[in-house]
Design a protein around this ligand. Structure first.
Ligand SMILES: *Cc1c(COP(=O)(O)O)cnc(C)c1O
Length: 219
């Protein structure tokens, strides 16, 4: 199937409230343009440098999402255009995003990445750390960021029960944080292998790569 057919098939299966982020990491501009020409406008990349290069070449009405680990020293390269940063793992990163956004007189939307997986390799903060940030006076003073939700990644496993437990945990955390701050409307969870389950557990933003563009080649 073509990129366009894959996209249309996924989109036709999504409930109205679910936003699709097309994960285009490692894929060339020509293939991303196929998705663009099929109507897709939201793309996710996991490396800041790669996202910057693609953004410079591609149409201006694209919303670029940073879905990967955010290195603080590289925030400045994306601050002029990034529309949502999914992987904010600590307060220091949030402060750096605020500082760089201010230089461009922008407000950058961010998600707090919550660690729900068992694996040590997955990044993120605990629900308590997230609520401490949201309650702090220092957070109140950050005028150039807006925290609009949470993001999480389940353990890489075939065990559907475990994935479901982890997604449900993120939904619960989202509800708790939303009671502190009503801006937190987004729950970014679900990828190619698990997005239907994620949606059933309350996700309203999915990040899908290989189901749209085919398997990635890292060579
Ligand atoms: C690569 C990636 C995805 C997409 O993965 P697929 O399995 O190809 O859909 C989603 N989220 C994050 C954070 C990723 O790095």
């Amino acid at each position: 199937m073509s990129i366009k057919q894959n996209l249309n098939q996924i989109k036709s299966s999504l409930p109205e409230q679910v936003t699709l982020v097309a994960v285009s990491k490692t894929k060339p501009v020509s293939e991303i343009m196929e998705a663009y020409n099929a109507g897709q406008r939201i793309f996710g990349e996991n490396k800041i440098q790669e996202m910057v290069e693609k953004q410079e070449e591609m149409p201006n009405d694209i919303e670029w999402h940073m879905i990967g680990h955010v290195q603080r020293n590289k925030v400045k390269y994306m601050a002029s255009f990034v529309s949502l940063i999914h992987g904010v793992e600590n307060f220091r990163t949030l402060k750096e995003i605020n500082k760089q956004a201010k230089k461009h007189e922008r407000v950058i939307n961010c998600l707090l990445q919550i660690k729900i997986a068992e694996e040590d390799s997955k990044f993120g903060m605990t629900a308590n750390e997230a609520s401490e940030i949201l309650r702090s006076n220092e957070f109140e003073e950050l005028k150039n960021i807006k925290v609009v939700g949470v993001m999480g990644m389940a353990t890489f496993t075939d065990d559907q029960d475990q994935i479901k437990t982890e997604f449900t945990q993120l939904k619960t955390t989202s509800n708790q944080l939303k009671s502190l701050n009503s801006d937190l409307e987004i729950i970014s969870m679900g990828m190619s292998g698990d997005y239907p389950l994620a949606i059933a557990c309350g996700s309203n933003m999915i990040r899908v790569g290989s189901r749209i563009f085919g398997e990635r080649n890292y060579n």
